[in-house]
Design a protein around this ligand. Structure first.
Ligand SMILES: NC(=O)c1ccc[n+]([C@@H]2O[C@H](COP(=O)([O-])OP(=O)(O)OC[C@H]3O[C@@H](n4cnc5c(N)ncnc54)[C@H](OP(=O)(O)O)[C@@H]3O)[C@@H](O)[C@H]2O)c1
Length: 184
C-alpha cells in the first residue's frame, strides 16, 4: 500500500564524492588521503539518507554508518552483512532507498550516490547535484570517477583549504545539473 510520503515526495539523487585532479577516488581498498573536516562534512550532508554504494565500498568502510541506510549493490545472491540492505541492480537500489525513506517517516527526499567508481558510473546520470571535495593531488593509479561533461553542471565553489603538513590542498564545490531537473 502506498503512503502519503510516497505519494507526495519527488526523490532526487545527490552524488557525494572526493576526487583528485585526475578523477582518482581511491586505491581500490580505501581512500588515498585524510582531509581534516571532510568526514564530518560528508556526515552532515548525508545524515538521514540512504547511501547507495558498491560492495567494495561497503567492505572498505566495514560497517553501516549510523543514521543512514547502507544500500549495497552486489551481484552475489548469497551476500549479506549486518546493517546492509542488499540490492542486485541499480533500479532495485533506488526502490530499496525509497522504501527505507518511507519507513523513516521524515520528509527527506534525497538518495545519496556514495560510490565507488562502478556505482558512480551506474548512477551519475540520475543525479541532480554533486557535492564534491576536490583534492589537489594526482595519484599515479587508482579507481576513477567517470569522465562526465562538467559543462552540463553549474559550479558553486564553497570553500578552499590550503595544504597542511600532512594533507594536500582541497576545496568543497557543489554542482547542479543545468539541463533539466532530474528526479528518480
Ligand atoms: N573518494 C570517494 O569519495 C570515494 C567514495 C566511495 C568509494 N571510494 C573508493 O572507491 C573504491 C571502490 O570502488 P570500486 O569501483 O572498486 O568498487 P564499488 O563501486 O564500491 O563496488 C563494486 C561492486 O559493486 C557491485 N556492482 C557493481 N555493479 C553492479 C550492478 N550493476 N549490479 C549489482 N552489483 C553491482 C559488484 O559487487 P560484487 O563483486 O559483490 O558482485 C562490484 O564488485 C575504494 O578505493 C573506495 O575507497 C571513494
Amino acid at each position: 500500500m502506498k503512503t502519503s510520503y510516497e505519494d507526495t515526495r519527488k526523490y532526487q539523487m545527490i552524488c557525494v564524492v572526493a576526487m583528485a585532479n585526475n578523477r582518482v577516488i581511491g586505491d581500490g581498498d580505501g581512500l588515498v588521503w585524510h582531509l581534516p573536516g571532510d568526514l564530518p562534512r560528508v556526515k552532515s550532508i548525508t545524515m538521514g539518507c540512504p547511501l547507495i554504494m558498491g560492495r567494495r565500498t561497503w567492505s572498505s568502510i566495514g560497517r553501516a554508518l549510523p543514521g543512514r541506510a547502507s544500500i549495497v549493490l552486489t551481484r552475489d545472491s548469497n551476500w549479506k552483512e549486518n546493517g546492509a540492505i542488499v540490492a542486485h541492480n541499480f533500479s532495485d537500489a533506488i526502490t530499496q532507498s525509497k522504501r527505507w525513506l518511507v519507513q523513516q517517516q521524515t520528509k527527506e527526499n534525497r538518495l545519496i550516490l556514495f560510490g565507488g567508481g562502478e556505482i558512480y558510473s551506474l548512477g551519475i546520470n540520475f543525479c541532480q547535484e554533486i557535492e564534491l571535495t576536490k583534492v589537489d593531488v594526482s595519484p599515479g593509479k587508482g579507481v576513477k570517477f567517470p569522465n562526465i561533461n562538467w559543462n552540463d553542471w553549474d559550479e558553486i565553489k564553497i570553500k578552499d583549504f590550503a595544504p597542511g603538513s600532512d594533507y594536500p590542498g582541497f576545496s568543497y564545490r557543489r554542482y547542479k545539473y543545468k539541463k533539466n531537473t532530474r528526479y528518480v
